[in-house]
Design a protein around this ligand. Structure first.
Ligand SMILES: [Zn+2]
Length: 234
């Protein structure tokens, strides 16, 4: 493989694969969300010069439809505002939205194998029950915690990418993506900022995010801002 292709392969990993790896969760075959890009006006288009959020201007994950929408117009506008490239910003936004999706629908490998086995015997009920349970849990979570989880997974995915880049061009591309993430984060309201988690090592943060997702799902921990701010940063 020549250098450019090698560099490309190091930075061009599908967002769903990266967030899946850092969250240690997978999408069961029939539960994987869809993803589309649109030229329609995003919901925050009127606020595009100030006061917009990632999910209002750049992309959104709609749990009921199990669908990610990327707003091309919003991305182009915000990229110019932040002084970055639309393609880099889009990649960062896709990581964020896939972060929401994996938190909603990602299952561990045991559950995934169980669902695959059930689908082989045409048993759709196992997947329906799991899907409904996951959707109920997802719907019970405070918006602040949703954004923190999506941002933490996006950041971890970028760091994972960066750690695997060995070729200079790939390293430069990863550094630019990280800069874009930082610029985006600095401009956003508190729920999108990871300030209180910056002192954590990458693996420490990853283990905590995975642990919190398990606690929310299995132990019914109340997923509100107070709980998050108590257990995540210590
Ligand atoms: Zn979000």
């Amino acid at each position: 493989m020549d250098d450019v292709l090698e560099a490309l392969s190091q930075v061009h990993q599908p967002p769903f694969q990266l967030v899946s790896a850092v969250a240690e969760l997978v999408f069961a075959i029939s539960m994987s969300p869809g993803e589309r890009s649109t030229d329609e006006d995003p919901p925050d288009w009127r606020k595009r010069d100030e006061g917009w959020t990632i999910d209002g201007l750049l992309g959104v994950y709609v749990a009921d439809k199990r669908e990610i929408t990327i707003f091309a117009k919003g991305i182009k506008h915000a990229a110019a505002q932040l002084g970055t490239t639309p393609s880099g910003l889009e990649y960062v936004v896709r990581l964020h939205e896939w972060g929401h999706a994996i938190f909603h629908l990602g299952v561990d490998r045991v559950k995934s194998a169980e669902l695959a086995k059930a689908s082989l015997t045409n048993d759709a009920s196992a997947e329906q029950v799991t899907g409904q349970r996951l959707t109920d849990t997802y719907g019970s979570v405070d918006p602040y915690v949703h954004e923190q989880i999506a941002q933490a997974l996006a950041w971890l995915a970028l760091e994972e990418l960066r750690s695997k880049a060995t070729i200079d061009k790939a390293k430069t591309a990863c550094a630019r993506l990280s800069d874009t993430f930082e610029m985006l984060m600095r401009r956003r309201p508190p729920q999108y900022r990871l300030d209180s988690l910056r002192h954590l090592e990458r693996d420490q943060l990853r283990r905590r995010v995975c642990g919190v997702i398990r606690l929310i799902r299995d132990a019914g921990v109340r997923a509100d801002r107070e709980t998050w701010d108590t257990i995540m940063p210590w």
